[in-house]
Ligand binder design. Structure first.
Ligand code: ZN
Ligand code: ZN
Ligand code: ZN
Length: 487
């Protein structure tokens, strides 16, 4: 047959054999050359080289020396001057980040150059040649010194502000006296300012606190330009007053001097400030003094403070502009509405055996803010008596009781359900009606009055009565998807 050449044994293509042989020879000599060059490079790194003529990146050279000896240049061998070349194609000023460089002898440079070109034949930007007399890029030098200048002045400014507001910068509480003029600032702004002026990092411009005028304006209601926050409370201790919740209060009391300084430093208007004066009033006219203030909601607590701390004199903070109860009330009820509009959130129900609920549960369920620490603690000590239930604001108490029945095994009729010390028993009411929030911790007691029965009975009763169900009974167990799990 005559379809192409026929092969005999040992009939190799001579050209290919020669090619292969050449590669082997080259590899050998490349390896040797590279070994030699490595010795020179090590001298360069030890500053033992005196005939340096060309710049290469110091970091690149350090990596190159560390690489294993190879038979051919590798990808990483490209770019010996990549990081010391500026965007304009000149030598990058050495103070720029990552632009440290070293001089290498000519033969080493030529070796590097050849390898780089071999690895990346169509991109020589990584191996631009910089002889020892190359000048650093003037444009890049200018930019760098401007940045350095800016950093210097910023550092100085921060130092000055730390000195101007020594106490505030270190977060120390300021002893206050009565009938002295103070100012109020949002605590969030202050803590931002504090971390800004104490940060030593170069890249802090994004942390800069906002302009004070805007910050102060946000504290005033649009309608009456009165104060939209309640002033912090102060306590009397060893001859002075101190802000009580200085770490948690939304507003912080600062001195008049601090306020004036801040205005200059952060674009505030002195007359725009919210001033505060601590006044003392005896407990007799306390009611009058604090009329409408939240303090009066806790008369017992207040009474204790009065007795313990300053005989019959209680400090009251008077602000200018005054507190706008109207707008605060509006905002708070808005917030409450929002909080009571939830879906698919967890609440916790604890089955209490014995007479009283543990204090931790009473307290945890009394505060509307879910306390992560207590919830973790309880979860750890749980013995199958704690469940979390997925509920919505519109879930009815009946549904909730059915969930509790299902997960804790207490017949609906025997459940005495509590939030804090309050008993929750209106089955047609919703969780929102009962002020039950996501994360709330309820507790239930088993009255053990009624006999245990199967939850299926209740469910089938429900099914039979479905036509007679009143409006308020909409969304019972039949339509609800109960999901619960024992934690
Ligand atoms: Zn061939
Ligand atoms: Zn440049
Ligand atoms: Zn108002």
């Amino acid at each position: 047959y005559n379809g192409g050449p026929t092969f005999a044994k040992g009939d190799h293509c001579l050209d290919c054999l020669i090619d292969v042989a050449h590669t082997v020879v080259c590899a050998d000599s490349y390896r040797d050359r590279r070994k030699l060059m490595k010795e020179i490079a090590e001298d360069v790194l030890l500053a033992k080289c005196e005939d340096g003529a060309y710049y290469v990146s110091k970091a690149w050279l350090q990596q190159w020396v560390k690489r294993k000896n190879l038979d051919a240049p590798c990808e990483a061998d490209a770019g010996p001057t990549m990081s010391i070349r500026c965007p304009h194609g000149h030598l990058m000023p050495e103070q720029a980040a990552g632009a440290k460089r070293l001089l290498v002898p000519e033969k080493l440079w030529l070796f590097f150059y050849e390898d780089a070109i071999t690895v990346k034949p169509d991109d020589s930007s990584g191996c631009s040649t910089f002889p020892s007399d190359s000048e650093e890029c003037p444009e890049c030098s200018n930019t760098l010194s401007e940045v350095a200048c800016l950093e210097d002045s910023r550092r100085e400014m921060k130092l000055k502000q730390r000195q101007n507001h020594e106490k505030l910068a270190t977060g120390k509480s300021i002893p206050l006296s009565s009938n002295c003029k103070y100012y109020l600032l949002p605590s969030s702004w202050l803590s931002k300012w504090r971390s800004y002026v104490t940060a030593s990092s170069k890249h802090t411009s994004f942390m800069e606190p906002e302009i004070l005028d805007g910050v102060i304006n946000l504290l005033k209601c649009e309608k009456h330009s009165r104060l939209l926050e309640r002033p912090p409370k102060v306590a009397y201790k060893r001859g002075s007053f101190f802000q009580k919740g200085s770490t948690t209060d939304r507003l912080t009391i600062i001195t008049e001097n601090d306020w004036k300084c801040f205005c200059e430093e952060w674009g505030g208007t002195e007359e725009n400030g919210i001033s505060a004066i601590i006044e003392l009033c005896s407990s007799n006219d306390l009611a009058e003094c604090c009329g409408g203030l939240p303090m009066c909601e806790q008369p017992l607590d207040l009474q204790n403070e009065v007795n313990n701390e300053n005989e019959s004199r209680q400090p009251v903070i008077r602000t200018c502009p005054e507190v706008c109860e109207e707008c605060i009330g509006e905002r708070e009820s808005c917030e409450l509405m929002q909080k009571l509009n939830y879906a698919d959130e967890d609440i916790y129900v604890y089955l209490v055996r014995g007479k009283e609920a543990p204090k931790s549960i009473l307290q945890a369920s009394e505060s509307s803010e879910p306390d992560r620490r207590t919830s973790k603690r309880s979860r750890r000590t749980n013995n199958g008596n704690l469940v979390n239930l997925r509920v919505s604001a519109t879930t009815s108490i009946y549904q909730l009781k059915m969930m509790i029945w299902e997960s804790l095994g207490v017949v609906k009729e025997n459940q005495i359900l509590h939030k804090g010390s309050r008993v929750i028993d209106q089955e047609t009411a919703t969780l929102a009606d009962m002020n039950i929030f996501p994360g709330d911790r309820l507790w239930v007691k088993d009255s053990e009055i009624h006999e245990d029965r199967d939850i299926a009975d209740e469910l089938s009763d429900q099914k039979m009565n479905v036509e007679n169900i009143e409006e308020g009974f909409r969304g019972t167990l039949l339509t609800a998807n109960i999901s619960s799990q024992v934690v």
